[in-house]
Each structure stands twice: as C-alpha cells, then as structure tokens.
Design a protein. Sequence first.
Length: 376
Amino acid sequence: MSFTLPTYEPPDFSAAPLCDAPPVTLIPAPYKGVAPDDFHATTIYPEYYHCGNNEWKLLQNPRMDCVAVRRKSGSFEAVEFRNLKKGDLVAVGRTEHGEQGIYVHVTGFPQFAPDREAFAFRTGLTRETSFSIDYDFLYDLLRFERDSGFILWVLGPAVVFDSDARNAFSNLIANGYVHGLLAGNALATHDLEGALMGTALGLEIYTKQPAPQGHYNHLETLNRVRAAGSIRKAVESGMIRNGIMRELVALNVPFVLSGSIRDDGPMPEVMADAYKAQDAMRELASRATTVITMATQLHTIATGNMTPSYHVEENGQNEEEGRVRPVYFFSVDMSEFAVSKLADRGSLTAKAILTNVQDFAVTLDRALSGECAPHP
C-alpha cells in the first residue's frame, strides 16, 4: 500500500454567497498587545479573507486563537495578542461564512468527512479499540513524509525509560524519520543519564533495577553536561556516545526543550522563558506536515493548539499560494484522557493510538526498518 496526499478542494468564490461577500473590515490595533473590538479569532482550518474585486487571500501560516493581521505585502498572518503592534491592521468580524469577508473552509478535504451510520457499535476510543489499520496507515505515511514532508515528534520522558524504546527511537532519527523534536528538560536529562550511566531516574533502563545511590544519577548528569557547556558540546566531545540527544545533535535535527517550574538543573539548551519556548515550538510546528506526540499530556495539548489542520507548500499547483495539504496529527498514550484531548482539537486528520509508548516505538522501528512484513 503506497501513500498519496488527499486532494484539496478550494472554495468556489464565484458562487453565492461568496461572490457577493463584502471586503473584510480591517481596524488598526489600538495599543500594543491589544486587538480592536469584534476581532476575528483564527481557527485550525483554511481561512480566506476577501480583499475586494473577488480577490481572496488564504492565511498561509495559521494558528488557532490568534488574530489575522494584514501585512503591507497584502498577505494575512496569524498573530498572537502579545505580539500585536499598535497600528497593525486586524481583521474584524465574528461570522465565518463570508458575511463579513471572512470564510473558514472546513470542507477542503472531503476525504475526511464522516461516513458512518447514525447508530454503530464501538465508535469511541477505549482500551478495546483495535489499531492495526492505524499502524499500517502510519507506516505508509511516514515512508512518504521522510522524503516529502516534515515529521515533528513531541516526546515525554517515558520514551527513554526503556532500553529498547530508547534504541528504537534513536534508530528512527538515524533513518531519517525525525525532522524535528519538542520536549521538556526531563526527556533530555534522562536520555543523557542513560548514555552516561545506563539509568533513568536511577533505575537501570533494561532491568529496571535501582542503581546504588541512583537518585543522584540525573543530578550528576545535569552537572556534567552543564560543565561541558551544552548538550551539543557534550556530544561533540565524545562524552555522550548514544541515545536520542546524541542522534539529534549528530544529524543536526532541530529540537526545542521547554522549561517547567519543576525542572532540576535544567539542561543548558532548555528555554526557561515560556513565551520564547512557545515561539520556538511554533516555528517547528508551522513546518510540520505530520506530528506524533508520545506520553506527554501538556506538550501534546500545547502542540495541538499551535498546529493547523493544513500546510501550504511553497511550490504547488497555485503559484501564488502553493499546494494546500493536510497536516496529520497522532497522539500515543496509555491514558484515554490524554488521547481524547487530541480529538477535542477538532482536527480532521487527528488520530489517537492507545498503547504503551515503549511498545509503540519498538513496533514502529521494526516496521520501518523492514523487520516486519507489511500487512496484506
């Protein structure tokens, strides 16, 4: 089974009611960080703004819960309230069907429209849900995305608490299936602890047996890496010889480590300023064509909020705007609550897989490395 991108169907602006839509109203921001009254809040879906003379502009780099600002070039950009400048031209209007020159296009990918009977069994996500077809789809998608897209991973520390999972994810990086990574201080710290001491939070990462005075190990790791100056310098010096952070640095894969109020240390690359970390996370999320989050509720929710349902490619069928394609979003967790939060985003392409993330990482690596025969 080979993967092909779904076809995007843009709106018909020559048909009613869009052909009769007025131009969007733009009002200057009255103060820094303050939007005008009746501002339009952006969504995760393709949004178009009428500029007059039946010219509609697509918001190309969207994010939910922002405002739409028209730039001097004529393009529209999603801007957080905190980044608004006084005088920025902000789109206003609370309707989304063209009545005020704003159109939110929720049917651009008809392939994702629901197609099921009104009554059916086992349509919800539970521990009894089967995921075989989701795995097969994911294998095909990732093979396609490795060369044609941008695969962004969002990891919790559970991925490195197991030796096989840590090795498996390191293989995924080495084999080109990781183009960017978002995580916190704990993922990096315990991965590096595994490289230096073979433990994670003091437990041996294969046997799970506690090491003597193992509660010092992550602190010792933090101290050594801080003394080296950075994770990158620790890798380049030969101090770190294996693991996820080593592979990321060796292959120059971009990563963002976001700080937390509970962090130890933290590692030198961890961003303590939450808004700077958010900006850095958004930069990678805006490039993503597939996002996979694993065992991290807070980072999953945060990334979900900054990831649109579509991505505009630079060189597509439309020379001005590029080809519009869906962004795929997967959440992997043992908790039904955690994966249900993904569905609450409303993304048409969102999928959840309810499983142990260590098993998931190993299964994925084996399939993509050719150790498992594809499902017939």
